[in-house]
Design a protein around this ligand. Structure first.
Ligand SMILES: [Mn+2]
Length: 465
């Protein structure tokens, strides 16, 4: 793997006076991957341009113009055949972790893919990790870029079980040695450095914690009960401000309460979802929302969802001025849209599938389709929702329905896989779908929504049996 990464680095050096373009995936991992390589190229004084695409569909590939050297990060391996039609004969680097298709390469192609080296690209290394391998060869001092490689891996939910696996462990080790990441055991709450602790608790919904998930008043009571002050001299206390004793009291109480609610066969998984490894970007002391690697990743993801990945890209490369402000604006917009969506859920937006198992909502006209997934996640903690059943959300725009589905990680631990059912149901309706076992999506013709829901529910019911 290292050898191929070195060949890629050499190819980049060889083209230092030619045109170079980085083309990356428009998501948190892809943004991180592009930022890593771009920084490494900058440090070597090599000029280049960057662009992001959603997918390398045939029509997208046709619109691309080969540069003297084109570098694909976090995509390319599964679309090698499409790429070959346009790029055969041109210098190309692919650095990807998606499953490669069987297709002929060409002599000027350097293809670096996790799967070719016995790594599981789903869990063990991300697109940003693959880009990091090249950056490390290109720039001997590139070890600090490992932090971004981990931010990308989290974007692809590669730390789903509370820690990193496989080669990500290696990268984590390098990040700690380089002094850019600190690892600690902590509660798995969002907003470690950026939100008051009661807020972080309120939004914790997987697993569902009775009296805590979605209940601000309940969270405040709980903290009082546990003798954990909400404020100190400086203002609201955040998770990061709690001392060890306070964190332990809180963790035990959350686990005890979750036990009361979780189906018995899942009880053993609960502690692992509440306590896990937290990763702090040591150098981001002045930027609370970038201090926690998971939150950093969410920030990048929101710029990609708004189709403004270049904002996230500049922030990932280090901008803390205009781009960072633009990103904060996007996040605020994002929150407002999410709040609108949750109001809709609260006012009775949840419906049942034809067989009474699936929960779903149709938020067409309430929010834009890019928010449907976030709202589905949060809706799972809503009092009107059963947290141990999957939920799907639909938003129809311009004739196309975007569907997102979510389920508790506990269901996945029981062997449930939403993405399988999603893909099959979408294909059944002539659309496309996929994603992760607990979070996935599809796009289909808007008239096919009822058919889709029926099929999806049928497939899910079959999985439970
Ligand atoms: Mn990826």
């Amino acid at each position: 793997m290292q050898k191929i990464a070195r060949r890629a680095a050499e190819l980049i050096e060889k083209h230092r006076n030619h045109t170079i373009e980085i083309i990356s995936h428009m998501d948190s991992d892809g943004v991180s991957a592009a930022a890593i390589l771009s920084k490494a190229l900058d440090r070597r004084g090599i000029r280049h341009s960057v662009r992001f695409v959603r997918m390398l569909y045939q029509d997208v590939v046709e619109d691309l113009e080969p540069s003297d050297l084109t570098i694909f990060t976090d995509l390319g391996s599964s679309q090698l055949e499409n790429l070959g039609k346009k790029f055969r004969g041109h210098s190309v680097i692919i650095a990807d972790h998606h499953e490669p298709v069987r297709a002929e390469g060409w002599p000027e192609l350097v293809h670096l893919n996790a799967h070719h080296h016995g790594l599981d690209g789903v869990q063990e290394i991300s697109g940003a990790g693959m880009a990091y391998l090249i950056a490390r060869e290109l720039d001997g001092n590139g070890r600090d870029l490992s932090a971004l490689a981990l931010v990308g891996a989290i974007g692809d939910v590669q730390n789903a079980w509370g820690k990193f696996l496989g080669y990500n462990q290696e990268i984590l080790k390098e990040a700690m040695e380089a002094g850019v990441i600190r690892k600690s055991k902590d509660l798995m709450l969002y907003g470690r450095y950026s939100r008051p602790i009661f807020k972080s608790l309120e939004f914790f919904t997987d697993p569902y914690i009775p009296g805590v998930s979605n209940s601000q008043a309940g969270c405040i009571w709980l903290l009082k009960d546990l003798n954990i002050p909400l404020r100190d001299g400086g203002g609201w206390r955040r998770l990061a401000d709690l001392n060890e004793g306070e964190k332990q009291r809180l963790a035990s109480e959350l686990i005890a309460r979750a036990y009361l609610h979780v189906p018995e066969e899942l009880v053993k998984f609960v502690p692992g979802l509440i306590i896990g490894e937290a990763y702090t970007l040591v150098k981001e002391r002045d930027w609370p929302m970038l201090q926690d690697a998971g939150e950093f990743s969410t920030c990048l993801n929101s710029t990609a969802r708004h189709e403004q990945p270049l904002i996230g890209f500049e922030v990932a490369k280090g901008d803390r001025g205009g781009y960072c402000r633009a990103m904060i604006n996007l996040l605020q917009q994002h929150r407002r849209s999410i709040a609108r969506g949750l109001e809709f859920i609260d006012s009775g937006g949840i419906q049942r599938g034809p067989r009474g198992y699936l929960q779903y909502f149709d938020a067409t006209g309430v929010v834009k389709n890019m928010f449907v997934g976030s709202i589905a996640s949060l809706a799972l903690g809503n009092a009107r929702c059963d947290p141990y059943r999957p939920i799907a959300g639909v938003v129809r725009e311009n004739g196309t329905a975007k569907i997102s589905a979510r389920c508790s990680r506990l269901l996945f631990l029981r062997g449930f896989d939403l993405s399988k059912a999603m893909r099959a149901a979408a294909e059944f309706c002539g659309g496309e779908g996929g994603g992760h076992a607990v979070a996935c999506g599809a796009e289909i013709d808007e008239n096919k929504v009822p058919v889709f829901l029926e099929k999806f529910e049928e497939l899910l019911l079959a999985q439970i049996k």
